[in-house]
Design a protein around this ligand. Structure first.
Ligand SMILES: [Fe+2]
Ligand SMILES: [Fe+2]
Length: 328
């Protein structure tokens, strides 16, 4: 393909971004070490015994009894949380492609993927042991979702990848945390699983947030330009799932995760990255700053609009055995 002035310009900017990434390798090594020293490694079998020779029939019987009390909205939230986690191959690929090979980024991708992998595992183990979902429907959803992939329009841009992962880690944190709260009374075991996952998400969030902070310090104009493209609305990884809009509606109506949560996330990112007070920006940076600063008010309007428009609604999903779910 012939190089046009525009593609030449884009290529030069991408090269500059990789130089920033290269410059970040030392602080990133320290961040990885800090991350690992703070987090306690855990495994799904600590929550749901599965080792050879263990006989936990009674434990499982009690678990199933307690799990009967888990409401259908929480089951829907769990379904989406599981599917989101099981989309891990998509994210491993995006991080590997967008951050490059021989570097601490590769080390981070391996560590992060291994940590994330347990989230899908433990939730899937839980719903299998507890029988709270139609498991074969869940398996089919998982197959379809993994197969269809996740293809955000980031053009391989590493800065956009970090903005997205910062927002997305925080969104999964909120979702696991609040799903846990919705089941806490009936099922303390599931509550403790979700809180453990949420802790991991919170540490991942801190990692990506700090990486992007370092990027802003080195290339504020490029960083803000990318942030202004990603932050208005993040594509949820499950967007390609069948019934995703209805699942998201149930999750919003049940107070687990919705547009107001996303608005809070954007506000936190803006304040953690000091976006409002950055000076010495060029025209591109200033425009991006202005655009980013206007996002929370716009998100608030969207949330108000959705809330004013909705009435009570009924849902049915195969994954919760086709039961009717009436939501206010
Ligand atoms: Fe996760
Ligand atoms: Fe995470």
């Amino acid at each position: 393909m012939q190089e046009t002035p525009q593609t030449r310009h884009d290529n030069q900017r991408m090269t500059a971004k990789y130089e920033v990434l290269h410059d970040l390798e030392r602080p990133v090594r320290e961040m990885i070490a800090r991350h690992e020293s703070k987090r306690e490694l855990w495994f799904p079998s600590e929550f749901l015994p599965a080792n050879h020779g263990t006989n936990n029939d009674r434990e499982i019987a009690e678990l199933r009894k307690r799990a009967e009390g888990i409401g259908d909205a929480a089951r829907v939230a769990l379904t989406v949380n599981i599917l989101t986690e099981e989309g891990l191959p998509h994210f491993h690929r995006l991080i590997a492609n967008n951050l490059g090979g021989e570097s601490p980024w590769k080390e981070w991708n391996g560590l992060w993927t291994a940590e994330e992998d347990r989230h899908g595992n433990v939730l899937r183990d839980y719903v299998r042991d507890s029988r709270i979902l139609n498991f074969s429907v869940l398996e089919r959803l998982q197959f379809d979702y993994v197969r269809s992939g996740f293809h955000p329009a980031w053009n391989g841009d590493p800065y956009k990848t970090f903005v997205y992962t910062s927002a997305q880690e925080k969104a999964t944190f909120v979702s696991h945390l609040n799903t846990g709260k919705a089941v806490e009374k009936q099922e303390p075991l599931l509550y403790s699983i979700t809180q453990r996952i949420a802790q991991d998400e919170s540490r991942h969030y801190a990692f990506y947030l700090n990486v992007f902070k370092e990027i802003i310090a080195r290339d504020p104009n490029g960083a803000l330009e990318c942030a202004s493209e990603i932050m208005p609305s993040i594509d949820m990884p499950g967007i390609s799932m069948a019934n995703f809009t209805e699942y998201a509606d149930v999750i919003r109506r049940s107070g687990i995760y919705g547009p107001r949560d996303y608005q809070k996330i954007v506000e936190q990112l803006i304040s953690s990255w000091d976006i409002g007070v950055l000076t010495q920006l060029n025209e591109i940076g200033r425009k991006a700053q202005e655009k980013i600063m206007s996002i929370p008010a716009r998100l608030q309007k969207v949330a108000e609009f959705i809330e004013s428009r909705v009435n009570a609604k009924s849902f049915t999903f195969d994954v919760i055995f086709g039961r009717v779910l009436n939501m206010a």
